[in-house]
Structures are given as C-alpha cells and as structure tokens.
Design a protein around this ligand. Structure first.
Ligand code: SF4
Ligand code: SF4
Length: 448
C-alpha cells in the first residue's frame, strides 16, 4: 500500500477546503427535505426522479441523458483546457481516499510506515469499514431517502432485512467502497479508471497540466549547494530532494514527464514549492502547458478543440434549458383498446380507448379531456361526434390514472365505412392553460 508523505502547501490548503465542502454537500444533501420528500431523490423503484420543484417520469429520461451529455462534454472541455482537474479536485475516488489517509494519520503517527503495528492496522481497517458503511448509507439515500431509511431502521429493527431490499444494496456497496478506498486506493486511478486512459486523446500540447520545468531544473544537483553560491550556475535548480516523489499518492516521478498515473493532486507542486523556498525560487513543478515547459512557447487557450467542445457544450445546455422551459408536467398516453374492436351499430361507429394520465407535479391538478377529429374532410364522414367517459379528472400529486373513453359518431354515408380518421386527444390543465396533445385514429369499420 502506497501511503504518500503528508504535505500541506498552498494548493493543499485550497484543495482541503474544496474537499471538505464536497464531503459536507454529499453527506448533508440526502437529509434535506422538499415538502414531505427528499430534496433530491432518484427513485429507481418507481422510475421517478425528484428535484426541487420538479418530478421527472420515465418518459422524460432524455433530460437525464442531456445532463449526462453535459457532464461528459464538460469533462472533455475542462480536460483539454486544464488537464485532469476532475481527478484532483472533485473525483470521489480522490476525495474519499484522501479522507481515509487523513483518518489513518489521525489514528496513528506510524500510519503507512513499516513500524505500523498489526493491532493499529486492525483498528484502522475497522474504522475504515464503518466509514464505508456511513458513506454508502448516504449513497443509497440518494435512491431511497435518508430519513426513510432511518425510519425503517428504527421501526423495523432487524426485521428490516426481511422487509426491505435496500439493506442488501447497502452492505454490498459498503463492501465495494471499503475494498476500493482501503485496499485498492489510488491503484484504481492508475489501473482501472477509464478516464485515465481517455485523457491522452483529450489533451494536447497546450492543455495546462502539472509538469516539471526541466529547463530550469536540469541538470539535477548531485550534491548540496549553498543558496547564492557561485556553484549554483553549474547546476539546474532541482536539488534532487525527491520530495515530489515522496508525496505522490500514485508513486510516480513527475520529472519523468506527463504520465497516465498523474491525478493532478498538486502534492508535488507544494512539495517542490517548499523545497525551492529554501533557495528563494519558484517551484519547478506547477500548472503549465507542455508547449511552455518543453519549447517555452506561449500557451494557447483558445484553439480548435476547445472551441468545438465549448460549442457542443453550449448547444446541449441551450437544448436542455429550452426543453425544461417548454416542459408540460402532464404525462399522457392514448391507446386504442385492443380487446374491444371498433364497431358500427345502427349506423353509429364506436371506438374504445385506454387513456393513461399522470400528474408529474407535486400539486393536485384538475385535468380536462377533449377529442377532435383532425380535418374538416374527416368530420364530414361522421355527425354528432360524442365523447363518452370521464372528461374531468382530479389528480393527486404524482398520481397515475387509467381511464376508458369511448368515441361515437353517426355515419353520414355508407361510403364512410372502412375509413381511418385521425383524431387528437387534448389534455388540458385549465389552471395553467397548458395542453398536451396525443394523436390517434378513429376507425370506421364495415358496419353491422
Ligand atoms: S505527479 Fe504530482 S500531481 Fe501527479 S499524482 Fe503525483 S503528486 Fe499528484
Ligand atoms: S521536489 Fe523539486 S527540487 Fe525536489 S526533486 Fe522534486 S523537482 Fe527536484
């Protein structure tokens, strides 16, 4: 197990606060409620996603796809611009592994050293496992609800294992979390994470990465040289102190150039800054483009790939915002009842429909149903067009209802038989004035 030496420099402090904020956000969010349900709930069992003020039904999965697309494109955009910012600053793998490291250091000053006793390791792994359970509880809470899970535990006790499925998910995922954060640790980033492999195609010579300035650093010093002495001119600035290697959680030497294993954690930047401070010089390892580090060329931030990613990003965001702004939170589907064939009785054609209606809001709503035959020429085929069934409905929040509607029309002529007439069901919320329309057909079979 690689346990890097602790370093807390300029970037380390900054990252500490970012990490703390993200951990608090992750742990606190599932406990907040919006009305009588969690603020954010990805209810996979009922296939509904709850966000403040909005509920998304399975039919609206394209919103989820668009959000994932935005996240994916932002990853491309920020990587091409600023390298693996995600890995070092926001990835849960890095954040929680560093949290586990901090716990190890807190529990034992010998953490990671050969002298770390077996009993210390046992205690540490027990604490890590309990922490993995707490982290997993909050992870599962995004799908079940933190308060609902707590109520289950209090009300059901051990019977929760028989009555609910979520405890099994919790235990299985906690096992994975523990294995990942306590055993795999940064090996996940180096050997498993697909993003590490992708990054090479997202980066170019102008991407800002953490890199070593070999122009200044080489040739590395092979002996101690006093700051300000004449000898300094014969050597580069790198004192070969190896601090940048000792603090690296993935165990690489950044002086060997940009590597897949570098997760942008900035530890080596702080370590070199600390060493260079002794010589009153700037750090040799810092955020820079390879164009600057290798060729001393100005970094170009605006370049074709950045413009392409930014354009796609803007297009997808605008699409999402537009779709959200025109979204009507009424779910409706109209199906002709396949068990009851359209018939003509006494010159009256009748068709039966199954109408599914959903209230995708968190307020009760009243809905009105109206049906129109589409064209004038169609209307000429039938007279006295009638809608039989419930046309006004009261729907509770998030309620799904199925009703049957019968359409009838008197045939105007025998020639109307065997015709298929387009019909439109309009479902309106009179309170908002918004209407959802569903196309179907009114069939006029050969009458009996
Ligand atoms: S090379 Fe530096 S930035 Fe990259 S993982 Fe190692 S310490 Fe972190
Ligand atoms: S920390 Fe800086 S000075 Fe020390 S070995 Fe690394 S690059 Fe050289």
């Amino acid at each position: 197990m690689i346990v890097a030496r602790k370093i807390l420099g300029y970037y380390g402090k900054f990252r500490y606060y970012v990490r703390l904020g993200l951990i608090i956000f992750y742990l606190a969010m599932p406990w907040f409620n919006w009305g009588d349900r969690p603020l954010i709930l990805l209810d996979i069992e009922h296939r509904k996603f709850f966000f403040p003020g909005a509920v998304f039904w399975p039919q609206e999965n394209y919103f989820l796809l668009l959000i994932m697309l935005i996240l994916g494109i932002s990853l491309f955009f920020f990587t091409s611009l600023m390298g693996r910012l995600w890995c070092g600053w926001a990835c849960p793998q890095t954040i929680f592994t560093e949290m586990f490291d901090a716990m190890g250091r807190l529990l034992s000053p010998r953490f990671g050293k050969a002298s770390h006793a077996l009993w210390e390791k046992v205690i540490l792994h027990l604490v890590w496992f309990l922490t993995a359970i707490i982290l997993t509880y909050h992870f599962v809470a995004y799908f079940v609800g933190a308060r609902a899970m707590l109520a289950d535990l209090i009300n059901l006790g051990t019977a929760v294992m028989a009555d609910r499925t979520w405890p099994y998910f919790l235990l299985a995922i906690a096992g994975l979390f523990y294995f990942d954060l306590a055993i795999l640790r940064h090996h996940f980033c180096v050997y498993i994470c697909p993003y590490a492999r992708f990054q090479s195609v997202m980066l170019d010579e102008d991407s800002v990465v953490i890199g070593y300035d070999s122009h200044r650093g080489e040739p590395r010093r092979k002996k101690k040289i006093k700051a300000g002495s004449a000898e300094e001119a014969d050597w580069g600035d790198c004192t070969n102190c190896n601090k940048c290697v000792q603090v690296c959680p993935t165990g690489i030497d950044i002086r060997d150039g940009l590597q897949v294993a570098c997760i942008n954690c900035t530890h080596c930047v702080d370590a070199c800054a600390e060493e260079m401070q002794r010589y009153d010089k700037a750090t040799l390892v810092d955020f820079n483009s390879m164009n600057f580090l290798d060729h001393r060329k100005q970094t170009r931030f605006i370049r074709p790939r950045v413009i392409v990613y930014a354009t796609i990003f803007v297009v997808v965001v605008v699409t999402l915002v537009t779709l959200l702004s025109i979204r009507i939170p009424i779910y409706a589907s109209v199906l002709r009842d396949r068990n009851v064939q359209p018939i003509v009785v006494n010159n009256v054609a009748q068709n039966l429909y199954e109408v599914s209606l959903g209230n995708a809001t968190e307020e009760p709503v009243a809905l009105k149903i109206d049906v129109q035959l589409k064209r004038d020429s169609d209307r000429a085929l039938v007279d006295n067009f009638r809608i039989l069934g419930e046309q006004s409905l009261q729907m509770e929040p998030n309620e799904l209802k199925k009703i049957r509607i019968m359409l009838q029309g008197d045939l105007k002529s025998a020639q109307a038989a065997k015709k298929i007439v387009p019909a439109v069901f309009s479902i309106t919320n009179p309170h908002t004035g918004k209407t959802v329309q569903k196309q179907t057909i009114f069939t006029i079979p050969v009458g009996g």
